[in-house]
Ligand binder design. Structure first.
Ligand SMILES: *[C@@H]1O[C@H](CO)[C@@H](O)[C@H](O)[C@H]1NC(C)=O
Ligand SMILES: *[C@@H]1O[C@H](CO)[C@@H](O)[C@H](O)[C@H]1NC(C)=O
Ligand SMILES: *[C@@H]1O[C@H](CO)[C@@H](O)[C@H](O)[C@H]1NC(C)=O
Ligand SMILES: *[C@@H]1O[C@H](CO)[C@@H](O)[C@H](O)[C@H]1NC(C)=O
Length: 338
């Protein structure tokens, strides 16, 4: 039996080799949340079978093959595979660019005759047709290399917290806050280096959005139509203006509200705590724009979400309610004239 099987396998591989795209092995990452972003999941004979299916579909950009079932999951975006399964017998592959005489099928984020261009940000992605929520590779002009970010209709998610997934430690050093951490797009922070590279898009303005899900059917939003961020030398302080939100589901203004204005306040972490009198970062854990007074902040989205320490909060106007999910997003808006 065995030799025949091998023979058939080789035959099939040869006959179909011209149709199969090239794949590069990437990482399988364990997380507790069930991955719902799979495009298609089903049983499969082997990894070649799984790759043939993905090759046939121009929208398939990545796949995960697990040999124990065996199963094949294909995805419309991304590089790595996040799964809540036993990862040991699973392998993640991303599809390489796939060219023929009439053009190339590029990884999500890349375009051009030879996939030589890459989206500079989520607005660029939206303008090239990536409107749905997707994990996109982007490279702002000032960034040294591409990185993945969750884009949705031009919005870029810079912070994502969810109780659904494995808790991520947000009590981190300033260097970690600069480089970013977590499993994008699950519990993660994109990092100041990436954030500043997106904000340096020439002649542009940015809108900031806070999106909080509280209960099953309850969420709120807060927007600031103007948002800028200072450099490392200035402690990554922010400025915002034009606070607004949907009347019915307004979170409230906990960034610059009457209680405490956090503009011009440097970002503190336990190892770089600017609140020398009140030690806010050490006290709360997590990094935030803490003011050096007894109240530290009216907002805090880098706390724990599992009751093990200081939880996330947005005091105005949510008081002490606990969140199920929180996101901070930016949108490039006005392209001002030179
Ligand atoms: C992984 O595959 C090996 C070899 O097929 C098998 O012995 C093992 O039980 C599998 N592990 C899991 C966790 O499925
Ligand atoms: C060439 O690639 C394009 C996608 O880039 C695809 O639509 C087309 O079917 C391919 N043509 C052949 C002959 O494989
Ligand atoms: C944050 O982490 C630092 C370093 O491990 C630790 O000293 C500090 O107690 C932690 N803070 C909180 C609030 O957990
Ligand atoms: C801290 O908060 C309390 C209660 O809201 C307020 O009365 C007090 O003035 C605040 N302290 C500072 C320094 O803002």
């Amino acid at each position: 039996m065995a030799p025949l099987l091998v023979f058939m396998f080789v035959l099939r591989s040869l006959s179909e080799a011209s149709k199969v795209s090239q794949f590069t092995k990437t990482n399988v990452i364990y997380d507790t949340c069930f991955s719902t972003d799979g495009m298609q999941e089903g049983s499969t004979r082997d990894d070649t079978d799984c790759m043939i299916d993905c090759s046939d579909n121009v929208d398939c950009k990545r796949l995960m093959y697990c040999s124990s079932e065996p199963s094949c999951t294909s995805y419309i975006d991304g590089n790595d595979c996040i799964t809540d399964r036993e990862t040991v017998n699973c392998t993640c592959y991303k599809k390489d660019m796939d060219c023929n005489e009439s053009g190339c099928d590029c990884p999500l984020g890349y375009y051009g005759d030879k996939c030589e261009h890459i989206f500079s940000d989520c607005v660029d992605a939206a303008e090239h047709g990536v409107q749905q929520e997707a994990l996109v590779s982007i490279q702002p002009t000032s960034a040294t290399e591409p990185f993945e970010i969750l884009c949705s209709g031009g919005w870029a998610t810079i912070l994502y917290r969810t109780k659904r997934c494995q808790p991520e430690n947000f009590n981190r050093t300033l260097i970690e806050y600069e480089n970013g951490f977590g499993n994008v797009p699950r519990n993660s922070w994109i990092g100041f280096h990436h954030l500043l590279s997106m904000l340096s898009f020439p002649w542009s303005q940015f809108t900031l959005n806070i999106f909080i899900i509280i209960g099953d059917h309850s969420f709120c939003q807060a927007y600031y139509s103007y948002f800028t961020m200072a450099s490392k030398e200035e402690g990554y302080f922010f400025r915002v203006g034009g606070y607004y939100g949907p009347d019915a589901n307004l979170c409230g203004n906990s960034m610059t509200g009457v209680g405490l204005n956090l503009e011009y306040v440097p970002f503190s972490t336990y190892d770089q705590d600017y609140t020398t009198n009140n030690h806010c970062a050490s006290q709360y854990g997590g990094g935030w724009w803490f003011a050096d007074n007894e109240n530290c902040s009216r907002s805090f989205l880098t706390g724990t979400m599992d009751g093990s320490g200081t939880d996330n909060f947005w005091l105005d106007d949510l008081g002490n309610v606990k969140f199920r999910r929180a996101q901070i997003r930016i949108l490039r808006t006005i392209q001002t004239d030179e």
